[in-house]
Design a protein around this ligand. Structure first.
Ligand code: NAI
Length: 270
């Protein structure tokens, strides 16, 4: 069978940029060949020309075209062999007031963030059942647990992806396939456009992050690789939040400035 060479195979969606690109690089570092899926043909060309290029198999595709994805998964298995790892990373965030959120936006968001992942899973799972140590990692978001205004389609899709993760962990556990999710906080990638050039925004946002920095794509790639690896062999159905502590709570002094009342000691009741 083609692809039955020694290097294990990982499939990564949204491979051309940000977290996906860092994930591709991490898997290649660990000795994997990678099927790199993305709708950006130029981005895939750049990846192919990069230092990891010889280990990359580019597959341009659009996750919004859901009906193409299960056949694509079967094509990849036929051409490269059975994947050990599937990373459903591609995603889009479309901001709009709920009154401006159109059916087309719902469709684009749900297809890209959720239904496309499920169509790929449908295509890959029969082959992955035959691979020892097989694992699926879904890239959800902290927004699955803590919502943002104007992000209804994104928040709902990422919450559903987390729910899908748990369903599949239960359903596929008996076949030896583990399914987990990563829930990134604010990560410095092109998804944010120029936002991180806005110093006022960054200074204010950092007040929400106990570790006091914006995340790097590698921060998430490391967790994706861990969840896919045998180091996480007894972990399934989980979502790991990687947000520098943002979801843990607010440091009031950092957010509002020091206040005397934050330092008052309660007298003991006698
Ligand atoms: P990015 O914009 O740098 O990369 C996303 C990649 O997905 C791009 O290469 C893009 O071409 C591809 N893509 C988008 N729609 C596609 C489609 N319909 N079909 C095929 N490919 C498509 O974004 P980033 O930040 O690396 O995002 C990766 C994942 O991480 C996404 O699911 C995102 O929602 C999630 N995430 C990112 C956070 C952040 O702060 N950067 C925070 C929480 C979650």
């Amino acid at each position: 069978m083609p692809g039955s060479s020694k290097a294990p195979l990982a499939v990564v969606t949204g491979a051309a940029s940000g977290i996906g690109k860092a994930t591709v690089e991490r898997f290649v570092d660990e000795g994997f060949g990678v099927a790199a899926l993305d709708r950006s043909g130029q981005g895939l060309d750049r990846l192919k020309r990069s230092g990891v290029g010889t280990h990359i198999h580019p597959y341009p595709c659009d996750l919004e075209e859901v009906e193409t994805l299960t056949p694509l998964a079967r094509q990849i298995v036929a051409e490269l062999g059975r994947p050990r790892t599937l990373v459903n990373n591609a995603g889009v965030c479309l901001y709009a007031d709920i009154t401006e959120t159109t059916d087309e936006m719902w469709e684009a968001s749900l297809n890209t963030n959720l239904i496309g992942a499920s169509a790929l899973i449908r295509g890959f799972v029969p082959a992955m059942k035959q691979v020892k140590g097989a694992a699926i990692v879904n890239v959800s978001s902290r927004n699955a647990l803590s919502s943002s205004p104007r992000a209804a389609t994104y928040d709902a899709a990422k919450a559903a992806l987390l729910a899908l993760t748990r369903t599949l962990a239960v359903e596929l556990g008996g076949d030896g396939i583990r399914v987990n999710a990563v829930l990134p906080g604010f990560i410095d990638t092109p998804i944010h456009g120029d936002l991180l050039k806005d110093r006022v925004f960054v200074r204010n946002y950092l007040k929400l992050i106990p570790l006091n920095r914006i995340g790097k794509p590698e921060d998430i790639a490391n967790i994706i690789f861990f969840l896919a690896s045998d180091g996480a062999a007894f972990v399934t159905g989980q979502g790991i939040v990687a947000d520098g502590g943002q979801m843990s709570g607010q440091n009031y002094a950092k957010v509002f400035g020091e206040r005397a009342s934050f330092r008052i000691r309660q007298k003991k009741n006698r």
